[in-house]
Design a protein around this ligand. Structure first.
Ligand code: SF4
Ligand code: SF4
Length: 61
C-alpha cells in the first residue's frame, strides 16, 4: 500500500502530476492537486519526479 499526499502549501496547481500519473490518482480542484484515487497508486514515484514544487509525497505503508 502507498500513501499519497499533496503538500497544499507547496502545490502551484501546475497539473504535471495529473498528466503524469498512470493511475489517475490526482485531479485538480480549486487550483490545487488533490488525491482522488489513492488506491490506484502503485508507487512508481513519477509524480514526485515531475512535481516542480516537491509537493507530491509517496510513502510506503
Ligand atoms: S507514485 Fe506513480 S501511481 Fe502513485 S500517485 Fe505518483 S505517479 Fe501516480
Ligand atoms: S505537480 Fe506538484 S505543483 Fe503541480 S499540481 Fe501536482 S502537486 Fe501541484
Amino acid at each position: 500500500m502507498w500513501k499519497v499526499t499533496v503538500d497544499k502549501d507547496r502545490c502551484s496547481g501546475c497539473g504535471e502530476c495529473v498528466d503524469a500519473c498512470p493511475g489517475e490518482v490526482y485531479d485538480l480542484k480549486n487550483g490545487r492537486a488533490e488525491v482522488v484515487n489513492a488506491e490506484e497508486c502503485h508507487g512508481c514515484h513519477t509524480c514526485e519526479a515531475v512535481c516542480p514544487e516537491d509537493a507530491c509525497i509517496i510513502e510506503e505503508q
